[in-house]
Design a protein around this ligand. Structure first.
Ligand code: ARG
Length: 588
């Protein structure tokens, strides 16, 4: 379906043309004086110069042509030349009924679907997930869902950090504790055990212990670096340990991400890119893209138009080791080979912006990525505690994701128990569902690039701009609908009717914007716009609810119209929260 803004613009374009003006001036926007009108067109002011006419005269000419318009109910010209518009109620109802009949509620999906890889999550294997990874997971999942909703073919790739120094640390510590394991016997020729020599609990203890030791003990650190080097060069025993670490960690990660309703299509990682590195480096050297600079192999990425210095992209250290950028370039080769993506969207901490700028430029310059492929970086800010510093536990340590989720759920359980609307055996499940909305909405309602304060009290509140408030609104609608059904009525075949009053029309006007909001959010990769929209929608719905007798309405046709409107409101809200990655309970 065409967006309502397009439809009004078309109408205005016709009127401009009919009055002898260029239709380019017929640009319609949402009103910035909602007390006066719903939409407005400022084109008369814009055209005044070209036509050497007072804007108000142009506006009057256009307004005259809009008389009898099907989609507009009121057209007012206001000095110096604003054209203020109000939508026709019947037209609005008709549009909404078309939305009802469409599975996608008027959202136009891509005619030529693109293949999009979303690179998000990016946890580092064997280190516990912490809140730093929360944002990438939440935002990336939302972007993936939104792109899919727009009809694209989308692959979410977790891009594990699974090939670094932390692996060498774990191997070193394990060797110290259990030197007799076959992985450390250089002469071992048999099959390595299928069973891992540690549990996830042990693994999570081994890493910080080893990391602590390496900081204090230079000898130990060298051992760990050597183990990393040997692993990366295919040491058989270390590879076997690495596989154990991977199996155990990935299983645990899957569980953790599932509890956040985050799901990846691809579980690839930095290790998968290694196979592509040697050939890549050879080619880049041979074709003259890479050169040695202070011992390291680099690709220059500075461009003439840069106003500041952009350091070269390093792809090999003097000791032959590869770097973060090397892996990302090699991953691009692998992605191109396997999926030929039209776009890759990286969701990572905004402090990595320079890294991605270097990688993107290097990839383009060297032809690793074809010209038409769009590389996008969606950088996010820091999640802070109430003290304005990066979020920590009460003891000042790194907050683990699990604990953070548990904290929110406890608070939710307390609030839900207070409300007494949910049976005890349902309370845990409800707390989980509502808790998820608190965390995700709390994050996504902020523009991604901004830092924000993780405030448990505010995020879990049932009032204000919060996830629970949105869910509360959906639950309210669900409850009215089930009462309506319990009275023996069906929900099928109902039609939305002309708005009877201001609050009903306000609700309708908000629903109308659905396709526009989704499209814009996708174009700008701006999930906060969906949050802002459902907050507005929830507000206008609640105003309508307070001003309208719905279940008590005696006029059956009128009542049916309300019910149809409620069903559509609920569908829109649910489609939006589905993109944001959470769901609504039956009661709360
Ligand atoms: N593992 C990285 C980190 O923890 C994030 C990975 C982001 N994705 C990428 N392709 N570099 O910082």
């Amino acid at each position: 379906m065409k967006k309502i803004m397009e439809l009004i613009t078309e109408e205005l374009a016709e009127a401009f043309q009919a009055a002898g003006y260029d239709k380019e001036y017929a640009k319609v926007t949402l009103s910035n004086r909602p007390d006066l009108c719903e939409y407005q067109c400022n084109g008369a002011m814009a055209g005044a110069k070209a036509y050497r006419k007072a804007p108000v005269m142009i506006a009057n000419d256009v307004a005259a042509g809009l008389e009898g318009s099907r989609c507009l109910e009121e057209v007012n010209v206001v000095n110096p030349g604003f054209i203020n518009l109000k939508l026709n109620r019947e037209y609005v109802a008709e549009y909404l009924n078309q939305m009802c009949a469409d599975e996608n509620m008027g959202l136009k999906t891509a005619e030529e679907p693109r293949t999009i890889v979303v690179d998000y999550g990016g946890p580092n294997v064997a280190k516990p997930l912490h809140v730093g990874h929360l944002r990438s997971a939440i935002i990336g999942e939302g972007i993936k869902r939104l792109a899919r909703k727009m009809g694209h073919k989308v692959l979410g790739d977790i891009h594990l950090g699974d090939w670094g120094y932390q692996m060498g640390l774990i191997i070193t510590e394990l060797k110290e504790r259990k030197p007799d394991l076959p992985y450390f016997d250089e002469g071992f020729g048999g099959e390595y055990p299928a069973e891992a020599p540690f549990t996830i609990g042990e693994l999570e203890e081994i890493y910080p212990t080893a990391s602590g030791k390496a900081k204090d003990d230079e000898e130990y650190r060298r051992e760990a670096l050597k183990a990393t080097y040997l692993l990366q060069n295919g040491h058989k025993g270390y590879m076997a340990v690495w596989r154990h670490i991977m199996n155990i960690s990935v299983e645990d990660l899957k569980k953790n991400y599932a509890s956040l309703n985050v799901h990846f299509d691809l579980w690839k990682g930095e290790a998968d890119a290694q196979a592509y590195i040697p050939d890549m480096i050879d080619r880049l050297k041979k074709e003259g893209y890479a050169h040695i600079d202070e011992g390291a192999l680099v690709i220059d990425v500075q461009e003439e138009t840069d106003t500041k210095e952009i350091p070269p992209c390093m792809i090999q250290k003097s000791d032959g080791a590869s770097l973060y950028g090397t892996t990302d370039l090699a991953t691009l080769i692998q992605r191109e080979q396997d999926y030929q993506p039209d776009q890759i969207i990286y969701v990572a901490d905004k402090r990595q912006e320079l890294h991605f700028l270097q990688v993107f430029r290097a990839a383009r310059k060297t032809g690793i990525v074809p010209e038409g492929t769009d590389l996008a970086f969606l950088g996010f800010g820091t999640m802070n505690g109430k003290d304005g510093k990066p979020f920590k536990t009460r003891e000042g340590g790194v907050m683990r994701l699990e604990n953070l989720i548990a904290e929110i759920e406890d608070e939710m359980r307390r609030k839900i128990a207070e409300n007494r609307t949910v049976a005890e055996d349902e309370a845990d499940e409800t707390a989980k569902i509502v808790g998820m909305s608190a965390i995700k909405y709390g994050d996504l309602s902020n523009q991604a690039s901004k830092d924000y304060v993780f405030d448990v009290d505010r995020f879990t509140s049932f009032e204000g701009n919060t996830g629970p408030y949105i869910l509360y609104t959906i639950v309210r609608i669900k409850s009215i609908l089930s009462k309506y059904q319990a009275d023996g009525n069906g929900l099928e075949g109902l039609a939305i009717r002309c708005a009877q009053n201001d609050s009903e029309k306000a609700l309708m006007l908000e629903i109308l914007k659905y396709n526009d909001v989704m499209e814009t959010a996708f174009e700008e990769l701006a999930l906060h716009k969906i949050c802002a929209y459902i907050y507005d929608l929830a507000n206008v719905f609640n105003r309508f609810y307070h001003e309208t007798k719905i279940l008590a309405e005696e006029d059956e046709t009128k009542q049916k119209g309300y019910i149809a409107l409620l069903i559509l409101t609920r569908r829109v809200l649910e489609a939006c929260i589905d993109v944001l990655g959470f769901t609504a309970p039956e009661r709360m």
